[in-house]
Design a protein around this ligand. Sequence first.
Ligand SMILES: [Fe+2]
Length: 423
Amino acid sequence: VDEARARLRDTFVAVRSRTLALIEPLEVEDLVVQSMPDASPARWHLAHTTWFFESFVLFPFAPGFSPFDPAFGLLFNSYYHALGERWRRPDRGLLSRPTVRRVLEYRRATDERVEALIADARDEDWPRLAERITLGLEHEEQHQELLLMDVKHLLGLNPLGPAYRPECTRPPRAAPPVQLAPLRWIEGPVGAVQIGAAGEAFAFDNEGPRHTTWLQPYALAHRLVSVGEYLAFVEDGGYRRPELWLSDGWATVEREGWEAPLYWRREQGRWSVFSLDGWGPLDATEPVAHVSYFEADAYARWAEARLPTEAEWEALAAGAPVRGNLLESGALHPRPASAEAGGLAQLFGDVWEHTRSAYSPYPGYRPPPGALGEYNGKFMSGQQVLRGGSALTPAAHVRASYRNFFHPHQRWAMQGLRLARDA
Ligand SMILES: [Fe+2]
């Protein structure tokens, strides 16, 4: 148990510190502005992840717990009705207080209390406590990606086009391949297959129960759809041809005036793209990113293919090592597929891959009791599943059974696509 406590304490310190490292390049003004109702100020992410540890770790497990500031529950509870009133999400950017300084104090004080609890908890409480702290850390990692998505959106709409980090802190970039390998099709297992999380390792409730599903013959493209391929769709009038779009998708194109993925801009006939390193020219060999489900679906129809189902994706990803361009690479942007022979490339990292599967409960799914039942289960309507993680996802956070989900019109997450077809 002592060894397990030391290990969890180290992971706790590492994950909590990484959140702070992510805001290191930013100025205080960057931390408090909210760029749209779907996004939150970075300060809110810093505080909300801390509130999560107070509410789900300290409150139930620390004897005599009292909150750091009783008013913070209202401000930093995201969506847990069971835990009381909440400040409206679209209004998170209206508040100048608590200051960033105060929120950082809140983090420090809470970290100390959680670390003390890891050391002092009774042995009989340990398994349940460890499970809760692990959930808090997985939650924090989700918010690390959200924080970067939201910061990117905030900087991207600024006419100054500010970069998130100075040039000297960016990892070196390999020269892009002159040309990508043409798509190869890789067939997946057919018939009865098992999907879903199984075993000892952490998984969210929505990844289970593991169950049997049936797959018709299919194949997945060996790599992601590239910017160059997507540009051909744009230049072929993809955004002006309603026959390529789902009805809700076409309505969104018309309403929003979409002509290209989010963060693409055309000036004097030349396309550029915004990344966390600022504006730069489009690189045809990179995977396309920041396309909604509607756009991914329309592209797939134009390309005479389709999107994979989540079961098709998982059946081919299960057993593959979680390697790729994830947060730790420091790229913070998708990278071209390497020319390696055989197998599926870019399964993990680069971009979350759209699937045609609606986010719905697996057979036998029951949300956990209490407020934590609100974590995932109540969002199982009107959203689509995405798989595989992105260049903003911590490597330890993703796995083959991981189900991310967004509304079909949303595209500020680092989402892209891999084609599928019936075999
Ligand atoms: Fe959250």
